[in-house]
Design a protein around this ligand. Structure first.
Ligand code: FAD
Length: 286
């Protein structure tokens, strides 16, 4: 099923998973997937390494497993470190497995890899994917601005090019302050971007995640969020429960404000996804 069609019917509720490292057992992610399937998300997306990664073959396997279990899969496809030939053969693989949905991405630049530059921007990749088959293509967006962009205005102008290239819906970077998302949504509407935008929600449930959020994620951290993280950072169970409650709060407010969809960054944690799904099932209609 093409994901764009689901937005016409309901508030979309989706999950994101990442393939296992080559050294870990595929069975672990398959067990997680089986638990996630029981929660009946509208689709599950699978991340894909931006280059030099050893786990990309698993990404297609994981997406196939999702499809076999009766859930619509979406595969991420970053382009900055791949040649046109490599992207072409990956698209052939995706098509041969009957996967119809692709999140087209530029990918982060890796200082150790010289970018291939066949596709400098996600919009270039989208144009190419469209020429290769009948895929439904999504793009990424950044409520608090992509770090490479000079300004949010420039970033939104570039986002519009991405939509004009053929992105039928967008998935946002994670954020912890809903007002940042609402302001972004208003600006995209003024810019004439009319496709559905799913809100990316990351439940922060362990100390490693807090450290990553503070140092690398670029999302603004509201005082309420910082207070919760500081209070519970050394109490794993309390932190997990507080992180779940914070995410649920964000989702309730977003749905009440008419969001097109919620994309949950599950971090392959089925327990957390289950708790959140149960808490919002009535309001989101799963
Ligand atoms: P682009 O849309 O190309 O934008 C990148 C920068 O270039 C922006 O500053 C933009 O303003 C500018 N730009 C865009 N188009 C133009 C243009 N035509 N002219 C001039 N400037 C332009 N990375 C992975 O490697 N694997 C994943 O699986 C993955 N999954 C992700 C999922 C989500 C939901 C999100 C939000 C991000 C994900 N990423 C993933 C990270 C993503 O690859 C990085 O954020 C990357 O730096 C930008 O990718 P993009 O597709 O948004 O790039």
């Amino acid at each position: 099923m093409k994901i764009r069609e689901i937005f016409d019917k309901k508030t979309v509720f989706s999950f994101e998973v990442f393939p296992p490292k080559k050294t870990s057992s595929v069975d672990v992610i398959y067990r997680t997937l089986d638990e996630l399937h029981d929660l009946k998300p509208d689709f599950i997306s699978v991340t894909f390494g931006a280059g030099g990664s050893s786990n990309n073959t698993f990404a297609c396997d994981v997406a196939s497993r999702i499809k076999e279990n009766g859930i619509t899969p979406m595969i991420h496809l970053p382009c900055i470190n791949y040649t046109k030939e490599e992207i072409s053969s990956t698209l052939d693989e995706i098509k041969s497995r009957g996967i119809e949905n692709i999140l087209a991405l530029r990918g982060d630049r890796n200082p150790d890899i010289e970018p291939k530059m066949d596709f400098p921007h996600a919009s270039d990749l989208i144009t190419y994917i469209k020429s290769k088959g009948d895929f439904d293509i999504a793009g990424a967006c950044y409520p608090e601005c992509h770090p490479d962009a000079d300004s949010l205005v420039d970033d939104i102008i570039n986002l519009k090019k991405k939509v004009e290239s053929g992105a039928s819906h967008l998935i946002s970077q994670l954020f912890f302050d809903n007002s940042a998302f609402y302001e972004f949504r208003e600006k995209t509407a003024i810019a004439g971007i009319g496709v559905p935008i799913e809100a990316g929600i990351m439940p922060v449930v362990n100390k490693n995640q807090i450290e990553r959020m503070v140092t690398t994620c670029g999302a603004s951290l509201p005082r309420k969020f910082v207070r919760i993280m500081q209070k519970y950072e050394n109490n794993p169970k309390a932190l997990r429960d507080a992180g779940i409650a914070y995410a649920v709060n964000q989702i309730v407010d977003l749905v009440a404000s008419g969001v097109d969809g919620i994309h949950l960054y599950t971090m392959n944690n089925a327990y957390v996804a289950k708790k959140i799904s149960e808490a919002v099932s009535g309001i989101i209609g799963v």
